[in-house]
Design a protein around this ligand. Structure first.
Ligand code: PMP
Ligand code: GLU
Length: 404
């Protein structure tokens, strides 16, 4: 409580406590340096460098020409919700009705909807770590308590069922993860998901947000969904979207599938905050799904080639501890070898210091691991051209060689 004479701060405690998204902050720093005339290679932002496929753009143009410019139902236009239900059956062997699906302004909003609808103040949310930057902050917005559980490099950064079991308490409400994972590129197998689901079977109060937005960017073949495990299905909220698989980041369309109870709650949440997402983008997203996944698979082949290129180049950099990412378009080496090293008056005490050094010395923008729950790592997004990757790794190698 504030005394009467005391000046109240303008901003709420909620926003003051919220950290800025580090992926977005670093991309911004890279752009600022580029605007000053530097030749910056930006490997910070997790964004496909491909254009949205033409057949999707055509559907949007047609929607405009046909005057599809009005508010839509909050949870999405019926044909898109049906196309998403069909996609779940086709790709994931999951049976959902349109009423189980809520379309949002990006998967980020789907995650925020689900967390805000499930988490009470003080509820613990287990976040499999390393994790995508926004999970922790969204949980804090809901006044939940983030409980990161750390996957180990030896296990490709994947948390085991045993680690999960040890982290659950009577206050645990939710478990969150992405597979394929941002920032590590790790992919959970069907067996690993089953082992985790078996642990959760004993804890009926615990729900799961399975973020599958990188589903199509999988180099190992089969994508496994936690929701396809029958005995836990009703406690899983599956999040997906169009940004990564269809190169549609700017269109802002994501979705979730859940029980009718949870989906209706998310619909209500969204009805008071944003309403239905952009009508034109929904038509484009419908066309994207009806067109199948061929264009996504083509892009995935390019990401696989770039992953191999980056792994080859990194093998030549002393002190980078790597592993082979199975999906997404990130690699997250452990760079702690450089902690304590110096160049002129610069001392590298952390991954943040190292990423700042590489930005100023090599003009390569990367995101340090602190915001992903892994302060010994740095994230590289390799969704860019081969030439840029070769040049970026050459510059990084030279700058690192100066550190003594
Ligand atoms: N989840 C993960 C793991 C992501 O990397 C992203 C990237 N933006 C999102 C969700 C959100 O995607 P969008 O809001 O663009 O659909
Ligand atoms: N998900 C992408 C990333 O991790 C885009 C930025 C964001 O939405 O945070 O870089």
């Amino acid at each position: 409580m504030y005394e009467q004479e005391e000046v109240r701060p303008v901003l709420s405690d909620r926003i003051t406590a919220l950290a800025e998204s580090q992926t977005i902050a670093m991309a911004k720093k890279g752009r600022e340096l580029a605007a000053q005339g530097y030749d910056v290679i930006n490997l910070s932002f997790g964004e496909p460098d491909f254009q949205t496929p033409d057949y999707i753009k055509e559907a949007a143009k047609q929607a405009i020409d046909e005057g599809f410019t009005f508010y839509t139902p909050v949870a999405g236009i019926p044909e898109l919700r049906q196309a998403i239900a069909d996609k779940f059956l086709r790709d994931n062997n999951l049976t959902y009705k349109p009423e189980n699906i809520v379309v949002s302004t990006g998967a980020k909003q789907s995650i925020a909807n689900a967390v805000l609808c499930l988490v009470n103040p003080g509820d613990e949310v287990i976040i499999l770590s390393p994790y995508w930057v926004s999970y922790e902050e969204i949980v804090k917005l809901a006044e939940g308590v983030p409980v990161p559980v750390q996957g180990r490099l030896e296990n490709d950064y994947k948390v085991t069922a045993e680690q999960l079991e040890n982290a659950i308490t009577s206050n645990t409400k939710l478990v969150m993860y992405s597979s394929p994972c941002n920032p590590t590129g790790a992919v959970f197998s069907a067996e690993e998901l089953l082992a985790m689901a078996t642990v959760l079977q004993k804890h009926p109060q615990v729900h799961v947000i399975a973020d599958e937005i990188y589903e199509y960017i999988n180099f190992e073949g089969h994508h496994a969904s936690m929701a396809s495990i029958d005995f836990i299905r009703d406690r899983v909220i599956t999040v997906n979207g169009f940004s990564k698989g269809y190169a549609m980041t700017g269109w802002r369309v994501g979705y979730l599938a859940a029980t009718k109870e949870i989906a209706s709650a998310c619909d209500k949440m969204q009805s008071q905050i944003t309403s239905g997402t952009n009508s034109i983008a929904q038509k484009a997203a419908t066309a994207a799904l009806l067109g199948g996944s061929a264009s996504s698979l083509e892009m995935t082949e390019a990401y696989r080639r770039r992953r191999d290129l980056v792994l080859d180049l990194m093998a030549d950099i002393p002190g980078f501890k790597t592993y082979v990412p199975s999906g997404a378009f990130y690699i997250f080496p452990d760079v702690s070898y450089y902690f304590g090293k110096q160049y002129e008056d610069i001392t590298i005490a952390s991954a943040l210091d190292l990423s700042m050094y590489l930005l100023s010395d090599a003009h390569v923008a990367l995101v340090s691991g602190e915001a992903f729950g892994a302060p010994q790592c740095i994230r590289f997004s390799y969704a860019t051209s081969d030439d840029k990757l070769v040049e970026a790794l050459r510059r990084i190698k030279n700058s690192l060689a100066k550190l003594q």
